[in-house]
Design a protein around this ligand. Structure first.
Ligand code: 13P
Length: 365
């Protein structure tokens, strides 16, 4: 494996920054648009993604952006490819390479992520296009008798084969085994399953000769199920998550970046912050973020597909990114969520011009 892969992995979690996942598949992106009455078209998806990559100052909090196949081939309205725009902004382009989670035969309620066929060729093409890291998401459902050992094993095996191919191609694999929040299970059950899944994943990574120094683990936080009557405090979630990761994730891993999984932006920031306040100086790896919804959702609600709302949406996007960078430093506070005065202060402290005071070249559908 090339040294460049190790260097990229380190860069993705350096300077208290994190990843922005903007790699929703077309059906997922369309579902998110539908909630806000945004047209579900190629043009609207392109305009949304242009809004994101042209947000001034985004690189102060974001190290890498995960693109979808459609987006990595697209350009801004002025003809500049998104990949170049990201590079020019100092953000490393990445790409989602799995083909989605499909029903696992013989295992009702469980999924296996597909996409290994022709993956070597696709990775070579993505590298040529400018991607320097990749993502593959496995989903593990929790329920009565779920997950099954065979679902865990099949997904861990696929993740490891994907990761090995990425490193061969010069791309950092972002290895994402997501234990889902859906259901009424307890935090203790999520903890037990997350630990089992992570152990299985690292065993398979070892078997497939993946270099731990050249990957990023994208993990779920350890949380009670969404409909569990007991919802633990932010500090309890931080303790359970860090305890679980310490037991299961080798110290050679350069960083762990959490998915948000449907948490609100505020809660995701508060929980990441608590982990860093309580444990940062004692952890073998940085705990960072790789959020999609927890960064994008408020901004998407403001944008609503309208050109006139672009600057306000970019401010909201940047705000969430900055809150998460603060959370990595253990400096996130509820006061950061207060209306605009506070926000402007944090933005100015990083030397970022406020969207709306700068020229933008974004247009809606
Ligand atoms: P969420 O943060 O919305 O869970 O998305 C993260 C992600 O990239 C899932 O693969």
């Amino acid at each position: 494996m090339k040294q460049q892969v190790i260097d990229t992995a380190k860069a993705l979690v350096a300077d208290d920054k994190g990843l922005l996942a903007m790699d929703e598949s077309n059906p997922t992106c369309n579902r998110r648009f539908a909630k806000f009455g945004i047209p579900q078209t190629v043009d609207a998806r392109r305009a949304w993604r242009e809004l994101i990559v042209t947000t001034p100052g985004l690189s102060k909090a974001i190290s890498g952006a995960i693109l979808y196949d459609e987006t990595i081939r697209e350009q801004k309205k002025d003809g500049i490819p998104f990949v170049r725009a990201l590079n020019d902004a100092g953000i490393i382009p990445g790409i989602k390479v799995d083909a989605g989670a499909k029903d696992l035969a013989g295992h009702p309620g469980e999924k296996i992520t597909e996409g290994l066929d022709e993956l070597r060729e696709r990775l070579a093409e993505y590298f040529q296009t400018g991607a320097r890291f990749a993502k593959w998401r496995a989903v593990i459902a929790v329920g009565d008798g779920l997950p099954s050992p065979s679902c865990i094993e099949a997904n861990a095996h696929a993740l490891a084969r994907y990761a090995a191919l990425c490193q061969e191609a010069g791309l950092v694999p972002v290895v994402e085994p997501e234990v889902l929040m859906d259901g009424g299970h307890s935090l203790a059950r999520c903890c037990e399953i997350t630990e089992t899944v992570l152990r299985a994943v690292f065993e398979q990574l070892y078997a497939q000769r993946v270099r731990l120094e050249g990957l990023i683990l994208k993990a779920n936080m350890v949380l009670p199920g969404l409909t569990c009557p007991t919802q633990e405090s932010v500090d309890q979630v931080a303790d359970a998550t860090v305890g679980c990761l310490l037991r299961a994730v080798p110290a050679a891993v350069p960083g762990i970046a959490f998915l948000s999984g449907g948490q609100t932006g505020e809660l995701a920031s508060a929980r990441l912050n608590a982990m860093n306040v309580r444990f940062k100086s004692r952890l073998p790896w940085p705990v960072a973020f790789s959020f999609a919804r927890a960064i994008q959702q408020p901004a998407m609600g403001i944008w609503q597909g309208q050109q006139a709302n672009v600057a306000a949406a970019q401010r909201a996007l940047l705000h969430r990114a900055i809150c998460n960078r603060a959370a990595r430093r253990g400096e996130y506070t509820a006061a950061m969520e207060l209306p605009s005065a506070g926000r402007g202060e944090h933005t100015r402290a990083l030397g970022i011009p406020s969207p709306g005071q700068t020229k933008f070249a974004v247009s809606a559908a």
